[in-house]
Design a protein around this ligand. Structure first.
Ligand SMILES: Cc1ncc(COP(=O)(O)O)c(C=O)c1O
Length: 388
């Protein structure tokens, strides 16, 4: 490790702090804490809000539920627009709530962009439009923990006030770094907000970050990794990365449909490009199936969370994946469905394979995929790296 108080590290961190903005598509500061994504949630709330402030959540799944519980624990007044977890946030309902709030009691709208627990995405640009249509001054706080660097995300264009993210999803890093991208409006709010904060204080972070330093020990090794992730994402091109995720998501959905299984997300408009939750047929437990796949193939499928527990498993087609890894995991699932005698039709892998082989994949996406198979080592040489 470099000494984080050394000029070498500060120069390096200053550069990373400035370059990471491009991934959020913002020109305003991105703050990094040594923490998991949950810490990023807390930082966003305590820096912008005051005790008993009302905040509006859209209950799209387990992560919005956990985040809203945190808001309650912190002493905020929480309102929730409920959903059945099988669809994304409805901008019309947000607009309706904000129009009804004539006294502007609601201080923030909190939305999870990609509900990792359900494989349901929301559309942040439409939510921005809904807030504008209601002419409401509420802050917009967005959890982009599993959407950043996996699907199109535009902090500035969508005028998001705080974007929360973490290192372990689209950024392809181990867990341990959380992010708050903050707008000017959020910074202004932080100057008058009175929720107690110390570790999570943006003020101390921003003062130190001005010269690449940190008020306490940063996650040094993860910041090295982040520099590399940013380079990789830009080598591939963010748009190509997003297209790759869309394409792998579509391949997985085709397999699921060919098996005759159900995708948890009810509406294609809200299908997640990063993760697909797949319902188990009635009478079959998803966790038993996951255990079978893990023991037989050493492949870890995502568990069903909250109300999906035991009812669904999740396929992550996010980050450092390529056609072969996606097809490998689909092949394992199809074999396991057969071996565990889970009712299904054959042909899921074939459906995904034909799509990936001939599907609507332009040359840029293909180029991204071949770049995925190679990495540049420190001396600038290219070497092949097996993905599985
Ligand atoms: C959408 C979303 N938000 C928040 C979190 C919480 O992040 P962490 O587990 O890193 O604290 C997760 C974790 O998977 C997530 O997927």
């Amino acid at each position: 490790m470099l000494d984080h108080r050394s000029p070498q590290f500060q120069d390096f961190a200053y550069k990373v702090l400035s370059e990471v903005r491009s991934v959020f598509q913002t020109r305003t500061p991105v703050i990094m804490f040594p923490s998991s994504g949950t810490g990023g949630w807390e930082a966003a709330l305590v820096n912008t809000l005051s005790p008993r402030d009302r905040v509006l959540f859209v209950g799209t799944g387990q992560f919005s539920l956990l985040w809203s519980r945190m808001a309650t624990h912190l002493g905020l007044a929480v309102s929730v627009i409920k959903t059945d977890w099988r669809t994304g946030a409805d901008p019309a309902r947000i607009e309706e709530c904000l129009r009804a709030d004539v006294g502007h009691v609601i201080k923030a709208v909190c939305v999870v962009h990609n509900e990792t627990s359900t494989g349901v995405r929301s559309w942040v640009d439409d939510i921005r439009d809904a807030i504008d249509a209601a002419s409401h001054p509420a802050l917009l706080l967005v959890d982009a923990v599993s959407s950043l660097a996996a699907m199109d995300y535009r902090h500035d264009d969508w005028r998001v006030d705080v974007t929360i993210s973490g290192s372990q999803k689209g950024l392809m890093l181990p867990p341990g770094l959380s992010f708050n991208a903050v707008s000017e409006k959020a910074l202004a709010a932080s100057r008058s907000a009175t929720l107690p904060r110390s570790y999570w204080s943006w003020k101390a972070m921003l003062e130190h970050n001005a010269d690449g330093s940190f008020p306490f020990t940063p996650a040094i090794s993860l910041i090295y990794g982040l520099a590399e992730s940013i380079t990789m994402l830009h080598e591939w091109g963010l748009d190509n990365v997003f297209a790759r995720h869309q394409r792998h998501a579509e391949a997985v959905r085709r397999a699921v449909k060919a098996w005759g299984l159900q995708i948890w997300c009810r509406t294609p408009h809200y299908y997640s490009p990063g993760v697909t939750a797949i319902c188990m047929p009635i009478g079959h437990n998803a966790d038993d199936f996951r255990q079978f796949v893990r023991e037989r193939f050493n492949i870890s499928l995502g568990m069903g969370q909250g109300r999906l527990a035991g009812r669904a498993f999740r396929f992550g087609h996010i980050g450092y994946t390529n056609d072969a890894t996606v097809l490998g995991a689909l092949g394992a699932i199809e074999m396991a469905l057969e071996a565990a005698r889970v009712p299904h039709k054959a042909g899921g892998v074939d459906a995904a394979l034909s799509y990936l082989a001939q599907g609507d994949c332009d040359s840029k996406v293909r180029a991204t995929e071949s770049l995925l198979a190679t990495r540049r080592d420190g001396s600038g040489n290219l070497f092949a790296q097996a993905s599985i």
